[in-house]
Design a protein around this ligand. Structure first.
Ligand code: PLP
Length: 285
């Protein structure tokens, strides 16, 4: 395996950043994870637009022009011979003697990329579904920025694993689900409406989320972008999580409550199939 680190392609095992790298010292950076399907990035433009926005919000410079960035991305995928998997990109505020204020303007941002194969959603998960637990959302107020500062997400995911669940749904102070620790959260109401929280400061605008809304609307599935409570989710007909790494993961239990009859729902399975077609079809760039 090969990693790209600040202009060089290095054997993955030897690739590292400097100890004064601000990503390492302060989590002062952002990232993207792009799905690779049949060797091609999925919804790449959406990821680049979100990366540029995250950087702008934090006043970190784009590390290179977009065309060059796309070339490096393709090269990392090619050198790792990834046909189905993920491309990871991190941009941070660069290497400089540890001090909280931004480094001087001449300090270049760091750019790191890796790629690896991933299995996708297993047939077993699509048949049996997964459990989620609910935890308080303890993150900062700018969850729309895809920051590498993921400590609350790590703790939430670990809490899920220790409870025998796959994901933790984070819950705001009013009892509404914000999102998972690394996923967007969805329900299907008893009348068949797909519901997910609107984008804003309080969640990440998932690229998969946007693709699924689009696919659902084209299928004539009613979609409502609104917040839902844990109580509403427990009475839902279906629930699932979405992310680039695992586009549609059925949720069949929330804390100790089964969702409907405790099996993955038909809308979830339909969206899974539509998304698969999307990644091999026109959506892949
Ligand atoms: N929400 C959070 C907190 C995430 O970390 C992620 C992905 O990493 C998502 C949602 C899903 O976003 P995407 O579909 O762009 O992968």
């Amino acid at each position: 395996r090969v990693a790209y680190v600040n202009g060089r392609y290095l054997p993955h095992a030897d690739a590292g950043v400097h100890i004064e790298d601000r990503g390492f010292q302060f989590s002062d950076g952002v990232y993207e994870v792009v799905a690779i399907a049949d060797g091609r990035p999925v919804d790449l433009t959406g990821h680049i637009v979100r990366l540029a926005r995250s950087l702008r919000e934090l006043r970190i410079a784009m590390p290179m022009p977009e065309r060059a960035l796309r070339l490096v991305m393709r090269e990392v995928v090619r050198r790792n011979a990834v046909s189905n998997g993920i491309l990871y990109i991190q941009v941070n505020r660069g290497v400089h003697r540890r001090d909280h204020p931004f480094p001087p303007a001449h300090v270049a941002p760091s750019l790191i990329m890796t790629a690896r194969p991933t299995p996708g959603v297993s047939a077993r998960v699509m048949e049996e579904g997964t459990a989620v637990v609910t935890v308080p959302d303890r993150r900062w107020a700018r969850r729309d920025i895809k920051s590498v500062s993921l400590l609350p997400n790590v703790l939430a995911k670990q809490a899920a694993r220790e409870a025998g669940a796959w994901e933790a749904w984070q819950v705001d102070g009013d009892g509404f689900v914000t999102e998972g620790s690394s996923t967007n959260a969805w329900i299907v109401t008893p009348d068949g409406t797909l519901v997910t929280r609107p984008t804003g400061d309080d969640i990440l605008a998932g690229i998969t989320r946007a693709a699924l809304i689009d696919l659902a609307r084209r299928e004539g599935i009613p979609v409502e972008e609104r917040a839902f409570t844990v109580e509403e989710a427990k009475r839902a007909r279906e629930a699932f999580n979405s992310s680039t790494t695992l586009p549609t993961v059925p949720v069949v239990r929330i804390d100790d409550t089964p969702v409907a009859n405790g099996a993955p729902g038909s809308v979830t399975v339909r969206l899974h199939d539509l998304y698969e077609a999307h990644t091999v079809g026109a959506g892949a760039e």
